[in-house]
Design a protein around this ligand. Structure first.
Ligand code: C5P
Length: 236
């Protein structure tokens, strides 16, 4: 299937239409941004690595009953996905305090949370993706009551599946961000799941194996992304 028009160019991906209205092609770039675009850079081969990791995790989730937009891998940097309409919502699930939660609540990074925390953010670059609750989601008309409930339950199930999977691979799933889209009236998990959108810590050493290496100038960024790829049994 060939790419037609570019419908969207984000910080890390481009989305193209195809001759079949049912599908989009998603292309993963090496570009990296942090702090809402204030820090910019590239991570060599990130697009290839994130394409593979996302494909693998979407398949893992599908096997466990989660409906996603993923159809198949097309090339090193491209995957075929269902033509979803993305909801302007970022769902963050956290198992351990880190990043903005640690800062906001004055918790030491690494503090184990007594139960997973789910946060909703309004996806809007100009506003810096402000945190909202499910009343805002309904008031803004982003989703209805049943849909929000479904999104929250699905996100927590995704957390359980991914957490159980990664701990077997010696990796702690600290937190992650999900996006959902509507396709044919159905809510599907969409976007990507990768070291760009998750915090992964090595279970033995605590080493950060995700985008925090880029955000915080910790070095060995590409190596960290490759390490996650290798733990899921894949190579570049
Ligand atoms: O920065 P914060 O601690 O709120 O991020 C929580 C999780 O959500 C992290 O895994 C981060 O990578 C992810 N995230 C994301 N895209 C955003 C904001 C957060 O992937 N726009």
């Amino acid at each position: 299937m060939d790419k037609l028009d570019m419908l969207y160019e984000g910080k890390a991906k481009k989305v193209y239409s195809t001759e079949d209205k049912t599908y989009y092609i998603m292309e993963f770039k090496d570009d990296a941004t942090a702090f809402n675009g204030q820090k910019k850079g590239t991570i060599h081969d990130k697009g290839i690595i994130n394409n593979r990791i996302s494909a693998f995790l979407f398949e893992l989730l599908e096997t466990n009953g989660i409906r996603t937009h993923f159809v198949k891998l097309l090339s090193d940097r491209e995957m075929l996905v269902k033509a979803v309409k993305i909801l302007p919502l970022e769902v963050i699930v956290r198992n351990i305090a880190a990043g903005s939660l640690a800062k906001r609540l004055g918790l030491e990074e690494g503090t184990e949370l007594k139960r997973p925390v789910l946060e909703l953010c309004y996806k809007n670059d100009e506003l810096g993706d402000p945190m909202i609750n499910n009343y805002h989601v309904m008031a803004l008309g982003i989703a209805g009551e049943e849909q929000v409930k479904f999104i929250e339950e699905t996100s927590l199930r995704v957390n359980q599946i991914l957490r159980d999977y990664f701990i077997e691979k010696g990796i702690i799933l600290v937190d992650f961000k999900l996006e959902f889209g509507i396709f044919d009236g159905e809510i599907l998990l969409a976007d990507e799941i990768s070291p760009d959108t998750c915090r992964f810590w090595d279970a033995k050493t605590g080493e950060k194996l995700d985008k925090d290496r880029f955000r915080r100038d910790l070095g060995n960024v590409e190596e960290a992304y490759k390490e996650i790829l290798s733990r899921i049994g894949k190579e570049i």
